[in-house]
Ligand binder design. Structure first.
Ligand SMILES: [Zn+2]
Length: 334
């Protein structure tokens, strides 16, 4: 009888689904010690040891009024040879904190400012993606940071991750790890150059920006909280379920972590996980499973009230009216 051949992608999906995350907290050991060990492992998988340190070399390019706030355009160096552009909105009055705003796959960070540069930006900006304006309107210093392979850091108006992600793997890096590096160095810049060392730092983003948000908050303890949207979900119900952009794949990740285990590294800091009821890329049942995995660790640390799942009534987008009040409630005493 003829043997029916399988598609390799189906076999690979089965491999991912059958993997046991080896760094998952087992419910009995010291959860804090496990977090420390997990951060080390995660940093190693992301290639966080591959960066050559350099001075920040901050350059302020302009300052002007924007949307009722002060807009400052600046750049800093994240590692030798790599410059990151940012737009910062500073609200009037005493700021509540600093919010790092990360767009997903789009034409770039200007979408966080509701600024139209390219045809189709209206579509990108629908779905509450003007994160920086929202944050500044709510009293946060908002920093829209251009992530690698997007916008000004992509070489083209369209997101261009594939080749950058694959070549990074050749030298033991990941595109995601490099994005986390840029967030870390942005925080250093804001603390040391702009004098905001006294404020709490947060991170938010949707889709690819949410993925960077959850990894950044897991690794960077200088972040006091995180609000990733439409990005946290089990591998089975997201990355392994349908073809995703190359920037999502971290070598070896499923052997050690599912995404909920990564979110668990944010505990006990405020964590608002936003998902869309009808999101077809990050399925809601997988999102709930991932959230519950993280919540186990929040409970173990006596911080069950510091993590919340917000489910918006639609698809793959951010839900500002649902999410912001929860974020402000959870971070009220920060
Ligand atoms: Zn990508």
């Amino acid at each position: 009888m003829e043997h029916k051949m399988r598609a390799a992608k189906d076999f690979a999906k089965e491999l991912v689904q059958n993997e046991t995350p080896r760094m998952r907290w087992n419910g009995t050991e010291d959860p804090v010690r496990r977090q420390t060990e997990s951060r080390e492992k995660l940093a190693s998988l992301l290639g966080m040891d591959r960066f050559e340190p350099c001075p920040l070399n901050v350059r302020v390019e302009f300052e002007r009024p924007w949307s009722g706030h002060t807009e400052t355009r600046f750049t800093f160096e994240s590692e030798t040879g790599w410059t990151v552009p940012c737009h910062m909105l500073t609200p009037k009055g005493t700021p509540k904190g600093v919010m790092i705003c990360l767009q997903g796959h789009s034409t770039g960070m200007h979408n966080s400012l509701n600024r139209k540069l390219y045809d189709g930006d209206e579509d990108a900006q629908s779905g509450d993606r003007g994160f920086a304006v929202q944050a500044a309107d709510r009293g946060y210093i908002a920093v829209a940071l251009e992530q690698r392979a997007f916008g000004e850091c992509g070489g083209t108006p369209r997101p261009d991750c594939y080749h950058a992600a694959m070549m990074s793997l050749m030298v033991g890096r990941t595109l995601l790890g490099q994005r986390i590096r840029d967030v870390k160095r942005a925080i250093e810049t804001l603390k040391t150059h702009f004098g905001f060392a006294y404020l709490p730092y947060y991170c938010m983003g949707n889709s690819g920006g949410g993925t960077a948000t959850v990894y950044a908050a897991a690794l960077l303890e200088e972040l006091a909280g995180a609000m990733p949207s439409c990005s946290v979900c089990t591998w089975e119900k997201s990355i392994a379920n349908t073809v995703h952009c190359a920037c999502n794949y971290v070598p070896g990740i499923a052997r050690y972590f599912d995404m909920g285990d990564i979110a668990a590294l944010i505990a006990p800091r405020p964590y608002v996980q936003v998902n869309g009821k009808d999101d077809e890329i990050f399925l809601l049942d997988g999102a709930k499973d991932a959230f519950n995995e993280a919540k186990r660790v929040y409970e173990a640390l006596g911080a069950a009230d510091k993590c919340r799942l917000v489910v918006g009534g639609g698809g793959h987008r951010f839900y500002a009216a649902d999410a912001w009040p929860v974020f402000e409630e959870l971070t009220m005493n920060n």
